[in-house]
Design a protein around this ligand. Structure first.
Ligand code: PLP
Ligand code: LYS
Length: 445
């Protein structure tokens, strides 16, 4: 391990610290060290593409959420990225876990994660998802459609009732891209408050003795960069809870506001701190409950990206550089198979050369992947030195969420490893996929 001298931070992007983990410092020879480990050392040791995860950053972000809403339950959305170590970190920090498949559930179970702190989601839960949830005894199951109510109730065999919530659709537009707005009418998640579907489902659940309705759930969408939509959601859902009390004589004790809290992908991107979201949510909850004379429900929030994205860095090696059609293309050894977000949502990132100091002037560069798609672009118009060449290592910060977890085996490339860093040491959390992994699934003739 190379010792990291305390060099004053001189990375321009670090002026906006939220793009890089707090531990990121410039290191000798144009390198950046994270968690005390130079990124080029990781590229050498584990190969590229590779994903680096700063364990302390993950833990401190998880704690920031606990501090922001001390009376609430903070449930980490595993879909952002999960592996055995992450399950353990969340358990140790006192968070719950939001899962949406039997696979995520089994992973939590393997690590002995307390089942009562698990929330199961999904607009289309498979029989296996429900069976696994009931067998493991998950705390709450979030009902997303009418047809799962009777199906779930029929499978509950334990002495007590299964606790459930109903995912309601408040009709609020929020989120960075149309494909990730889930609070508005006309998309597949939740049951509409406005057209009465949510209330019908509630009535049906109340008629099922094997189900105990603990509250309402809603998730507005992703990368929501202001607390205001959450406040609006609190108002709508509390008003709806008051209506349910009036019509059905039940006071629901829980309110889950989902996740969606934004992070900075580019320096200067708006990304309120958990404390800012927490304060606004709390204030509005107190105000709305007072207005409806409703007892304060116990809150749950489900941050995923906010905890994981800023703790991750993607490392690539440059394979080719070319200038054509008036553009400079730098092609790397990963791409849309490890990060589909630019292709899916037009997501933007910063890219930095690491491991080599360059005095060359900067120029606008398009960083592309190696896949057989013109849309396989990782970052458009990023500033990189003119002398970037094959063999160089490029680092992409803010890569901890929805990249490895959405990675594919497109073009039979191998999904990248995930390497944790902390206290000057690195360790492999998830190994690189192998060609044997591909071959072993190919069992036909
Ligand atoms: C129900 C639910 N909760 C929480 C999350 C986590 O969202 P984010 O990672 O944006 O915080 C998601 C994903 O968008 C979700 O669908
Ligand atoms: N996967 C998306 C957001 C959807 C999250 C799950 N509901 C992203 O990368 O931003």
């Amino acid at each position: 391990m190379t010792a990291i001298p305390a060099v004053p931070v001189s990375i321009p992007e670090l002026a906006a610290p939220s793009v890089w983990p707090v531990s990121a410092v410039s290191a000798p020879g144009g390198d950046v060290a994270v968690g005390g480990v130079p990124l080029t050392e990781i590229a050498e040791r584990y190969g590229t593409p590779a994903y680096v995860l700063d364990e302390d950053e993950v833990r401190s972000r998880a704690r920031a959420w606990l501090r922001a809403l001390p009376d609430a339950e903070v449930v980490y959305a595993a879909k952002a990225f999960v592996c055995r170590a992450v399950v353990d970190w969340m358990e140790q920090e006192g968070l719950g876990l939001d899962v949406c498949s039997a696979g995520e559930l089994e992973l939590a179970a393997v690590r002995g994660f307390p089942a009562e702190r698990i929330v199961l989601h999904g607009n289309a839960k498979s029989p296996e998802d429900l069976r696994t949830a009931l067998r493991l005894g998950v705390g709450r199951i979030v009902i997303d459609s009418d047809c799962e109510i009777a199906r779930l109730a029929a499978q509950v065999t334990g002495p007590g009732a299964q606790q459930v919530m109903v995912r309601v659709l408040p009709g609020i537009e929020a989120g960075a891209h149309a494909k990730i707005r889930t609070g508005a009418e006309g998309q597949k998640f939740g049951l509409s408050i406005a057209d009465g579907d949510a209330e019908d489902a509630i009535a049906r659940i109340l008629g099922q003795p094997r189900l105990e309705l603990t509250g309402l759930h809603s998730h507005l969408g992703s990368q929501i960069s202001s607390p205001e939509p959450y406040a609006q959601n609190v108002r709508r859902v509390v008003a709806f809870m008051a209506r349910i009390r009036e019509r059905h004589g039940i006071t629901l004790p829980e309110l889950d506001l989902g996740g969606g809290f934004a992070v900075a992908y580019l320096p200067g991107d708006p990304a309120p701190l958990p404390a800012a979201y927490g304060r606004r949510i709390n204030d509005e909850l107190v105000r709305s409950c007072a207005e409806f004379d409703y007892p304060l429900p116990r809150l749950t929030v489900e941050p995923g990206r906010s905890i994981m994205a800023p703790a991750g860095i993607a490392l690539y090696r440059v394979l080719a550089v070319k200038r054509t059609g008036g553009q400079v293309f730098v092609a790397v050894d990963g791409g849309m198979s490890d990060n589909p977000r630019p292709a899916l949502y037009g997501a933007r990132y910063t890219v930095r050369l690491v491991g080599r100091a360059s005095a060359a002037p900067m120029r606008a560069t398009t960083v592309v992947g190696r896949h057989c798609e013109a849309g396989d672009v990782l970052a458009e118009a990023v500033e990189l030195p003119e002398d970037v060449r094959p063999g160089d290592v490029l680092a992409v910060p803010a890569s901890g969420a929805y990249q490895v977890s959405m990675a594919s085996g497109y073009n039979m490339t191998r999904r990248p490893p995930v390497v944790a860093v902390s206290g000057g040491r690195s360790r492999l959390l998830v190994r690189r996929e192998t060609f044997d992994d591909h071959r072993s699934r190919d069992v036909g003739l």
